[in-house]
Design a protein around this ligand. Structure first.
Ligand code: KIV
Ligand code: ZN
Length: 517
């Protein structure tokens, strides 16, 4: 019999902790509503004590999400717990998630406290968290490197203090699947009150074993798994939600668990996240990578034509990958566009539809065929997670054998347009330098990825950038049939986020969390 397993999504918290992944409150809200549609059980929305932006984001998610539980992280400090509890007040199903490190390494080197102090802090924190909600999760950070006897002692104390979920994280991605499963079995057997709580797995991917370890924990009785979309997260990332869910579906006989995730929303969620953080999953990423359903070898293609099961264990439709369809031409009307978006699962308001229609007709003039992927790229381009202070009004580049030069005009917080020219090592560099000259800011490009939205020489180019502006690292995206223009749009998007971060006076938006302080 398949057991129900709770899917705890931490894309907005652990996922956000990776460098460059910081998300504005608007972006978190948009992602949270998509995670809710995906059907996850718990959305960990943030770490309120880390920044004002996160307090705001957690509160906004708590107000908006009605189906999934909403969790907020807190160290075992009164202030952290109070900030988390307050931010969660509007939630229909609030969960406070407290954590403290339990391994001797962390206790001695980082926290500089004794084992007894650790237990006392955990108990006090759980009791305080229970003032805000009956749903309290306790995490024993670095559980996999914690002495088993002490781990059992902490877990028993946490249960007695009122924790309802106990998480045993593999914080540094050190465990092997057999070991991780054995730890769950041992703790469940040794702690006499273990049947009162749900045990949770939380795995990092430093050895590429996060998903395997999560499945091993489920097999050993864990009733919750913590994971992120596209496997984003600290260092090598967290266990990928889509891989765990699809392993459960595809191998339902072997890994006997079920969950409430609607797999058809997986691809949509993955794409939205990529646009928000400015990073595509690597092409060979399981389930959501660009090549996950591409079959190059003739022998495979032949097999697939005879029977899809020969080389495909997941049908693209099962995870919501749109088939490339010729949908609309330059003579198609607004209703046809609206209907196609509805068929793709998006209800648009009048204003968004009007803007998208203008962009669609412009694209249809430049591109022979407009496909579903093009429509999705236009839609993502419309999603604004920061006020549009700057806009690209004009771009002209000259390139060839001499250094490239660019002229740019922007709209901005000034009246009319302002322009500047610059040279650079290639047209994209020149365009970015010219944008920097207009806004009088140094724009340092950390990463720039160009991907064609569809096949064909006239494809829309989609650009995701990560830039550093005034010490903040921000992502941006842009799309155009011209990749220089797409890059410029992506940089302007990132600039809008930078000025929004200034406006929020959120100095710690990109700060590393104060682990153990
Ligand atoms: O990896 C970890 O230990 C964590 C905890 C805060 C749950 O993210
Ligand atoms: Zn983690």
């Amino acid at each position: 019999m398949a057991r129900d397993v709770i899917i705890f999504d931490t894309t907005l918290r652990d996922g956000e902790q990776a460098p460059g992944n910081s998300m504005t409150p608007e972006a978190k809200l948009r992602l949270a509503s998509q995670l809710d549609a995906l059907g996850v059980d718990v959305i960990e929305a943030g770490f309120p004590s880390a920044s004002q932006g996160d307090q705001q984001a957690v509160r906004a998610v708590a107000e908006a999400v009605r189906r999934s539980a909403v969790a907020a992280l807190a160290r075992c400090h009164d202030r952290d717990i109070d900030l988390a509890g307050e931010a969660l007040r509007p939630a229909a199903r609030p969960r406070v998630h407290v954590f403290i490190a339990t391994s001797d390494l962390h206790l001695e080197q980082k926290l500089k406290i004794s084992r007894d102090d650790c237990v006392a802090r955990a108990e006090a924190a759980i009791r305080r968290a229970r003032r805000y909600t009956d749903d309290v999760e306790f995490s024993a950070e670095d559980a996999t490197r914690t002495d088993l006897e002490f781990l059992c002692r902490v877990v028993e104390a946490a249960i007695a203090a009122g924790a309802t979920t106990v998480n045993l994280p593999d914080t540094v991605g050190y465990a092997l699947p057999g070991e991780y499963g054995a730890m769950f079995r041992a703790v469940r057997e040794r702690v006499p009150t273990s049947d009162r709580v749900v045990f949770s797995a939380h795995c990092h991917d430093d050895l590429g074993l996060a998903v395997a370890n999560s499945l091993a924990a489920i097999e050993a009785g864990a009733g919750q798994v913590e994971c992120t979309i596209n496997g984003i997260g600290e260092r090598a990332g967290n266990a990928a939600l889509e891989e765990i869910v699809m392993a459960g579906r595809v191998r339902s006989g072997a890994v006997a668990f079920q969950c409430g995730v609607n797999s058809k929303e997986i691809f949509r969620t993955s794409q939205l996240l990529s646009h928000v953080i400015g990073v595509f999953p690597q092409p060979n990423k399981a389930v959501v990578g660009r090549n996950a359903f591409a079959h190059e070898a003739g022998i495979h293609q032949h097999g697939l034509l005879q029977n899809g099961l020969t080389y495909e264990i997941i049908r693209p439709e099962e995870v919501g990958v749109p088939r490339s369809t010729l949908v609309l031409g330059k003579h198609s009307g607004r209703h046809a566009l609206e209907r196609r978006y509805q068929e793709l699962g998006y209800e648009l308001d009048e204003a968004t539809l009007a803007k998208l229609y203008d962009e669609f007709t412009a694209l249809a003039d430049r591109k022979r065929e407009v496909l579903d992927e093009d429509l999705l790229a236009l839609l993502h381009g419309r999603f604004h997670d920061a006020p549009e202070v700057y806009g690209l009004a004009h771009l002209e580049v000259t390139c060839g054998s001499a250094p490239a030069s660019a002229q740019v005009r922007l709209t901005g917080p000034w009246s009319g347009e302002r322009g500047a020219s610059a040279t650079g090592n290639g047209p994209i560099a020149a365009a970015i330098a010219a944008i920097g000259a207009v806004v009088e800011r140094r724009i340092e490009v950390l990463n720039l990825a160009i991907q064609s939205v569809t096949s064909g020489g006239d494809s829309l180019g989609q650009v995701l950038v990560q830039v550093r502006v005034a010490g903040k690292s921000l992502s941006g995206h842009g799309a155009s049939t011209d990749i220089v223009e797409a890059s410029a749009r992506a940089v302007v998007h990132a600039l809008n986020k930078a000025s929004y971060a200034d406006e929020l006076e959120d100095r710690s938006l990109n700060a590393i969390y104060l682990w153990g302080v």
